[in-house]
Design a protein around this ligand. Structure first.
Ligand code: FES
Length: 346
């Protein structure tokens, strides 16, 4: 069965110029379905970018707002050289524009905000980190240290907001700026020295690939356990997530399983035919399960197995600790046991 993905619509109510090449879009739901815009700190939005290219274009941008502090959703987009999506947004999107988006998703989010955090952000990688930082300050009682690397002072996104947060939460927020034009490219020894006093914390890292690799190596050298190191790695979407998708009619058949699912505060039980992907079955049942790439590469469809067994056909994004904890990618999961219980509420 083929069905059109049902995108959400978000109206741009303000465009904030953060730096010369970074714009923040302030968004509010348009056309109803407000509940589908709920999100966790550190998650991302998939935005449709108009394109004549075969397969269309869509890009994932992290939310920099906090669901616990900001009334409206915000994404910050920085132009990249030859970046089709970022340049289209920075050149074309103005107040009043209505964007097609998919519901917020992603696993770069703390299990609990009641913790001490060590955050690493490089350039525009600050966006999900900012969401986590604001949320931890608002909802937790722990300390937050952020190491924030930028090319130079003029490229520091959210500088004023960080200063204001430091004043609002005295003694809880410590921002360590690293400017390449002053201190050079940060290396493993320098990152290790900055991180050492905070080695017992939960760590979240987002930025350019070489920066994230360097931070990860530094933390590993300090002996930090991998389950406390969280890294946001975006992949380019190969297919158009807004295109009509194949879904599966959840009819009982020989050898089919049953899946009980918690999603958006509701519980549903659905037949899960042998060999069918969980996401296709849920969409075919009329459930608004989250997704983006449908290729096992973005984590938007992640859910938790509470009971039963499934097999994933492809996984480019969940690490060993995620899998050990029971997380799966619905777009790649086929049933193994007769009965499976999953939740999206973890
Ligand atoms: S939708 Fe991207 S991993 Fe499943």
């Amino acid at each position: 069965m083929s069905a059109a993905a049902a995108p959400l619509q978000a109206r741009v109510v303000e465009v904030i110029r953060e730096t010369a090449d970074a714009h923040t879009l302030v968004l509010e739901p348009a056309g109803g379905r407000e509940d589908s815009f709920s999100y966790k700190p550190g998650q991302f939005l998939t935005i449709r970018i108009p394109s004549d290219r075969p397969g269309g274009a869509a890009r994932c941008y992290s939310l920099c707002s906090s669901p616990l502090q900001d009334e409206k959703l915000k994404v910050t987009i920085k132009r990249t050289r030859d970046g089709y999506g970022s340049n289209w947004i920075c050149d074309n999107v103005v107040e009043g524009h209505v964007l097609d988006v998919l519901r917020p998703a992603g696993t770069f989010t703390p299990h609990s905000l009641e913790a001490d955090f060590l955050l690493f952000a490089g350039g525009s990688g600050v966006t999900p980190v900012m969401s986590i930082l604001k949320s931890a300050l608002a909802a937790g009682t722990g300390s937050v240290t952020m190491v924030y690397a930028n090319r130079d002072e003029s490229s520091v996104i959210f500088r004023e907001e960080l200063i204001a947060l430091g004043r609002a939460y005295p003694g809880r927020l410590n921002v360590i700026h690293w400017l390449e034009t002053v201190q050079g490219i940060p290396d493993q020894a320098a990152i290790g020295a900055l991180a050492a006093p905070y080695r017992d914390r939960e760590v979240f890292i987002c930025g350019p690939g070489p920066f994230m690799d360097c931070v990860e190596r530094s933390l590993q050298a300090l002996g930090m356990p991998p389950e406390r190191i969280h890294i946001e790695r975006f992949v380019s979407l190969a297919a158009d997530p807004f295109a009509p998708v194949e879904t599966v009619v959840p009819e009982a058949g020989p050898g089919s399983s049953v899946v009980e699912v918690d999603l958006d505060g509701e519980q549903r039980t659905v037949n899960w035919p042998q060999g069918a992907k969980l996401l296709d079955v849920l969409l075919g049942s009329g459930l608004e399960a989250p997704y983006s790439c449908r290729e096992g590469a973005c984590s938007a469809c992640t859910c938790l197995v509470l009971e039963g067994e499934v097999r994933m056909e492809r996984n480019e994004v969940l690490d060993a600790a995620d899998i050990r904890d029971g997380f799966i990618l619905a777009c790649q999961a086929v049933p193994v046991s007769d009965k499976v219980r999953i939740t999206y509420e973890a």
